[in-house]
Design a protein around this ligand. Sequence first.
Ligand SMILES: C[S@@+](CC[C@H](N)C(=O)[O-])C[C@H]1O[C@@H](n2cnc3c(N)ncnc32)[C@H](O)[C@@H]1O
Length: 393
Amino acid sequence: MFQLRPAQASDAGFLAEVVLAATRAQGRLAEGIDEVEWRAGFVAWSHESVDDPATDLYVVEVDDRPAGRLRVSRTPEVVELNGIQLHPDVQNRGIGTAIITALQEEATRRNVPLQLSVERDNPNARRLYHRLGFVKVGEEGAEDVLRWTKGVEQNRLWDADVAAGYDTPDTGMFAADVIGPTVNRLKELAAGGRALEFAIGTGRVAVPLAEHGVPVSGIELSTAMLDQLRTKNDTIPVAVGDMATTRAPGEFTLVYLVYNTISNLLTQEEQVACFRNAARHLSPGGRFVIELWVPELRRLPPGVPATVGIAEPGYILLDTYDVLRQHVVSHHFHFGEGTAAQLGRTPHRYIWPAELDLMAQLAGFTLESRHADWSGTPFTADSTSHVSVYRLT
Ligand SMILES: C[S@@+](CC[C@H](N)C(=O)[O-])C[C@H]1O[C@@H](n2cnc3c(N)ncnc32)[C@H](O)[C@@H]1O
């Protein structure tokens, strides 16, 4: 879609023109500006930037032709987007979004935040950054400072230790009677096409699905989980990024998001964005499959903020609820022979099936089927989980 080429001094004239054109197209060129003087100043500054080791200046090329300017600074603590301008001819083609998600991938791989500043009077850019998950962290003059930290957060939540202990070959979620029906049903729903797993993790489902002949790709934010996947499979293409926003190359007949993972997105807005992102990866009539637990709100008497989900030798699962924000924190207590226990906690936003259907509707899907599991057990009022299949209409 685009290429980045390090800028040279001879590009300075083009870079000045592209900034002028982009700013003019947005109606944000200062009135009465002396363009000749401005151009000369900008060219001189670009020459300095080309030689500045603290910053990287690029020409954005689209269809092998110069079409934009990008300036990025990298330190051990942060990746900073200092400026991005695209010529009006190539705007509204998703190129800006693709460049920013590529920088998000870089920041995630380096385990640092991605930061930028945006003028407060630039609503289009602010909307884009908000949609891509940036949060305001400060102000500098007429600009807001925005930061994206989701990669760092997921790398912390799903770190190397968690990733190393995630796979439990042949038992629990890796048991043949769990994986078998999951893979069979997903293969059937892919209907001979390509599948994309959102939050592919260590490939618990994707690896056996690929072994059953379905071409599978993935999106994943934790590089530690991805490293673990790579110990088992080095061919499944995976885009490092947020499943609510990242575009994986290709078109698919099936997108799937299993093991309750849509609840890892902590706002309704992000969950709706996730549906929309599934829709844009699908060919017409394609399917989005979600496996999700039914919130156990009926087990919460008034005044009791927690439920015990599992209490078995060596493991207790305690869920604490914030019913106003629709948040639940799962507390996983693991213990052995002695008195000491290890606690791991994961935050979720829970979703009632009806709300999930409405999110699907907002993204252009209709519910094709809902079962209590992957084997087609009917979904009833007492079901604790569901496999919902949405079809792009
Ligand atoms: C419970 S694991 C599920 C992994 C795999 N799908 C499976 O079924 O075993 C949750 C995974 O979701 C990933 N994840 C969480 N939020 C994400 C996001 N916004 N975008 C991409 N991946 C995300 C985590 O890094 C983790 O690998």
